[in-house]
Design a binder for this molecule. Structure first.
Ligand SMILES: [Zn+2]
Length: 215
């Protein structure tokens, strides 16, 4: 288990950096192994503390490397019987080199790349561990395919045509690796960035302005 690290906050210039790819020869170096462990531990602790948080990107803990940690155990129907059965049926047909919902803890995607984007898009309110008190109305592609390097073997893995909930998460996290935050994507900074408090107060009305909401 690694040591958790402080999550940088909105406005920190380190969040705007374009991150460097990880070399295959670096995967087993002490530095990189401890950076990945710290990233996973930071996500785990955030989830314990806040009850949410599906993923974190390495620049969010101040390390400019192309790595994302994901913890999607809530998507596992065995662990979460309330999941929409239709959604799970559609997921069963996906090409997955790795079913990340059955991982026992966070997994790391090294050098992840979006290899395909759907033409269709949708609007949603997005949030971020770097600004937990804000929500941002953004447009995301309905689906993407992603490939990444396995943190242990260095082999490429792929998941194709992700469903919307996983696709929007991957788009959010990979944007971090290019120094892009959800607030940068707001078309209208006045209208599309709101406080979580304001969102909760006007939730019913605001949800009519988007196509999808993270449950
Ligand atoms: Zn984020």
């Amino acid at each position: 288990m690694g040591k958790s690290t402080k999550i940088l906050r909105l406005g920190d210039p380190l969040l705007a950096r374009i991150c460097q790819p990880v070399l295959r020869t670096e995967l087993h170096s002490d530095t990189f192994v401890s950076q990945v462990a710290a990233l996973k531990q930071t996500l785990t602790e955030f989830r314990l503390l806040n009850g949410f948080g599906r993923a974190i990107a390495m620049p969010q803990i101040g390390v400019p490397k192309r790595v994302v940690a994901l913890d999607l155990r809530h998507l596992n129907p065995d662990l979460n019987p309330d999941l929409n059965p239709d959604l799970n049926k559609s997921k069963a047909s996906l090409k997955r080199d790795l079913d990340w919902s059955v991982a026992k803890g966070p997994i790391a995607l090294v050098n992840p790349e979006i290899t395909w984007r759907s033409v269709e898009s949708f609007k949603m309110f997005d949030d971020c561990l770097c600004f937990p008190d804000l929500l941002v109305r953004v447009r995301r592609c309905d689906s993407v395919s992603v490939r990444w390097m396995d943190e242990n073997t260095g082999e490429w893995r792929v998941v194709e045509k992700l469903p919307r909930d996983e696709a929007e998460l991957i788009q959010h996290e990979l944007d971090h690796l290019d120094g892009v935050l959800a607030v940068d994507l707001a078309e209208d900074k006045e209208m599309d960035i709101i406080t979580r408090r304001e969102f909760e107060e006007k939730k019913a009305e605001l949800l009519k302005t988007v196509d999808y909401h993270i449950a």
